[in-house]
Write a protein that binds this ligand. Structure first.
Ligand SMILES: NC(=O)c1ccc[n+]([C@@H]2O[C@H](COP(=O)([O-])OP(=O)(O)OC[C@H]3O[C@@H](n4cnc5c(N)ncnc54)[C@H](O)[C@@H]3O)[C@@H](O)[C@H]2O)c1
Ligand SMILES: O[C@H]1[C@H](O)[C@@H](O)[C@H](O)[C@@H](O)[C@H]1O
Length: 337
């Protein structure tokens, strides 16, 4: 059976996901699209066989030909579409963030648990990345002893013109927030945000880079550099320091060139290149689970909530310069593994 998928929001990542669902993966087909930019939606639909363009996301969700929904609109609009999909009883894959406030995430969790079935998966694709999975295997194997610290870097070559200091947290750091919760199977207890000397490549009024210190419940400390305008490429780094060894993500280059007494490799140009396989695996597993009538097995609404709650705390920490404790609700039984 082919899963008939509707995509709401056909901008950069929406189009990239449509490409993979159409050209790379099996078992799914994009049958409907929608975007506030109606012309863009119509254009995308006309290039896909048997695809309808809907004027609103709600119309798309109500379309009886749509079995499952992908939400790739701007963050503040995610809540309404995720809630509408839950209301319609349709599985929904929502790009990060699940929603932009913790209250909105709570409303989603309450609607989903009220519906009595897991319908939501959040697009934290690093959990599906081969390098991060190998990093987790190494940590879980105990070969480096207990993990004590982690150093991360989230480096982008050039921020979009609408980039703000808050987006460094809600759009970028949110990946590390989810990642360390998953990697160490623990919740984040507190966060601090420091502002190093500013990068002169960055727009006036934007704090870039940021240096973030995350404390996990177990006492593991994680530092994250978020650099939005580092020019040389899109570079995602991570090294876990254990009691008797370290394990780090390797550089993602296919070859190392040695020439003229130098060696070099490729640095990805953006997230599409760096995580291309992770997104493929994320979506193939999502389709396969739904086709087998199983609930989605990726990041849940609880994960989306926890990440947004930590991001809220980090924004407050950035504003005040102080350490901010993270207050999480009790994890509902519905989301216990
Ligand atoms: N997981 C990742 O690595 C990753 C990468 C990029 C983007 N994202 C997330 O995906 C989402 C989209 O990002 P993007 O870079 O594609 O942005 P984008 O601006 O390129 O595309 C967003 C699209 O949504 C449309 N849209 C906005 N509000 C809408 C609404 N109410 N109804 C219908 N359409 C609407 C816009 O017109 C636009 O076409 C964001 O939440 C972003 O954080 C995740
Ligand atoms: O929206 C993008 C995307 O989520 C990328 O994965 C992340 O590295 C970028 O920082 C962010 O701006």
């Amino acid at each position: 059976m082919t899963l008939r998928i509707g995509v709401i929001g056909v901008g950069m990542i929406g189009q990239d996901h449509i490409r993979r669902l159409t050209e790379v993966l099996s078992g799914g087909r994009v049958v409907a699209v929608s975007d506030v930019d109606h012309d863009r939606a119509r254009k995308i639909a006309s290039a896909l066989p048997g695809c309808t363009s809907h004027v609103t996301g709600e119309e798309l969700i109500a379309d009886p030909n749509v079995d499952a929904v992908v939400v790739t609109t701007w963050g503040p609009t995610h809540e309404e579409f995720v809630l509408a999909a839950i209301e319609a009883g349709k599985p929904v894959f929502c790009e990060k963030p699940l929603a932009t406030t913790r209250e909105a995430c709570e409303r989603i969790m309450s609607a989903e648990s009220g519906a009595g079935q897991r319908l939501v998966q959040v697009g934290f694709m690093r959990r599906f990345d081969a390098s991060y999975r190998a990093l987790k295997d190494a940590v879980d194997s105990g070969r480096i002893g207990a993990a004590l610290m982690m150093h991360c870097a989230h480096r982008m070559p050039e921020a979009a013109p609408n980039y703000t200091s808050e987006m460094a947290i809600t759009d970028c750091l949110i990946h590390e927030i989810d990642l360390v919760r998953w990697l160490f199977n623990d919740e984040i207890a507190a966060v601090r945000v420091l502002k190093p000397r500013g990068n002169s490549n960055t727009q006036e009024g934007v704090d870039d880079p940021l240096f973030v210190l995350i404390e996990l419940g177990s006492g593991i400390l994680v530092d994250v550099e978020v650099s939005a305008n580092i020019r040389y490429g899109y570079d995602i780094r991570g090294e876990v320091v254990g009691e008797s060894g370290t394990v780090a993500l390797a550089d993602n280059t296919d070859v190392v060139l040695k020439q003229g007494a130098h060696y070099s490799g490729r640095v990805p140009s953006d997230w599409r290149e760096r995580f291309i396989r992770a997104y493929d695996i994320e979506f193939q597993e999502w389709i396969d689970n739904l086709a087998a009538n199983k609930p989605p097995a990726g990041p849940t609404s609880w994960d989306g909530y926890a990440a947004t709650a930590v991001a809220d705390a980090a924004i407050e920490a950035m504003r005040t310069g102080n350490r901010k404790t993270v207050m999480l609700a009790t994890k509902p039984d519905f989301y216990q593994d």
